[in-house]
Design a protein around this ligand. Structure first.
Ligand SMILES: CC(C)(COP(=O)(O)OP(=O)(O)OC[C@H]1O[C@@H](n2cnc3c(N)ncnc32)[C@H](O)[C@@H]1OP(=O)(O)O)[C@@H](O)C(=O)NCCC(=O)NCCS
Length: 263
């Protein structure tokens, strides 16, 4: 871990072992924490430059960073160092105290995922996320097949405990969609709990029938009484899911830019 600090900011670069193994490129993640006093561009530039030189010496070839859209000084400093925008993520939340769920009529049977569904869910995931609009597929330094493979592994890891449950949508006895559900991802200062619907997809033949909206509605029902907020995230240009969230009563929560740097 590289950690550098001045009176205004803390810059850290952490090597990402899983990503390095998967993509075959030595990868790291940079975070920049601003202290109370606003930093000047030169305070930022010198520390980022030093951190990147150290990363270079440690053999890190690829660095990602997530930045708040209003942190323009940090964004411009990263752009000047060669970071390129790969993704804009948007998050919505369902606030259980403030919102009454707008129920939808299911177009499908919704049930808990079973072990025997795994291969079918993997194939829905591969079909749905091949050449997707995420940061890995947008990065020309990353092998597209390896970016595709992530979504297969994501489903398999969900079965190995990464998800607390998997919602499966079924039509005529066949799984046509899934959403993975985590009961706890974070807690606010007041001790309020947040869960998340993490990965969802619907097979092409079943799209446009409200299957996704039904699964998210089911996720909200499942979280009721177990959490205060339910979080969902996507790429800013994934309008279909944002329409579904808005129709159920989710509200915009936060957003971030994701930049990558490659040697
Ligand atoms: C996005 C996805 C899950 C939507 O599944 P779906 O079952 O077709 O969605 P729904 O039928 O519930 O439709 C939800 C809303 O999106 C709209 N919509 C559906 N496809 C759309 C598209 N391609 N572009 C814009 N809007 C679209 C629907 O009209 C509906 O809006 P409405 O209620 O205002 O009519 C599916 O297309 C998919 O698996 N895509 C690839 C993977 C993906 O994006 N996963 C989600 C990552 S966060």
């Amino acid at each position: 871990m590289i950690k550098l600090e001045n009176n205004f900011i803390v810059v850290q670069i952490e090597k990402l072992d899983w990503d390095t193994n998967h993509f075959g490129i030595v990868m790291g993640n940079m975070t920049i924490h601003q202290k109370e006093q606003p930093p000047s561009r030169s305070d930022i530039d010198s520390l980022i430059g030093e951190a990147m030189n150290r990363a270079n010496k440690e053999g890190i070839e690829h660095i990602s960073i997530r930045l708040e859209p209003d942190s323009k000084k940090l964004i411009h400093a990263c752009e000047d160092r060669g970071f390129r925008l790969m993704d804009t993520r948007i998050e919505f939340i369902f606030d259980y105290k403030a919102t009454k769920l707008k129920e939808v009529k299911n177009q499908c049977i919704l049930r808990e995922g079973r072990a025997e569904d795994e291969e079918k869910l993997v194939s829905i995931s591969i079909e749905s996320f091949s050449n997707y609009i995420d940061r890995f597929h947008s990065d020309e330094k990353i092998d597209n097949a390896k970016a595709d493979k992530l979504y297969e592994l994501w489903v398999r890891n969900s079965y190995k405990g990464y998800a607390d449950s998997i919602i499966v949508a079924e039509i005529e006895g066949e799984p046509v969609g899934f959403s993975t559900f985590k009961e706890f991802v974070s807690q606010t200062d007041k001790g309020e709990k947040m869960g998340e619907i993490v990965l969802s997809a619907v097979s092409q033949s079943a799209r446009g029938k409200g299957v996704y909206t039904s699964m998210i509605c089911q996720g909200v029902r499942m979280g009721s009484g177990r959490m205060d907020y339910l979080l969902v995230k996507t790429q800013i240009d994934n309008r279909a899911v944002q329409k579904a969230w808005a129709s159920l009563g989710f509200k915009p929560y936060r957003s971030e830019y994701i930049f990558h740097y490659s040697k």
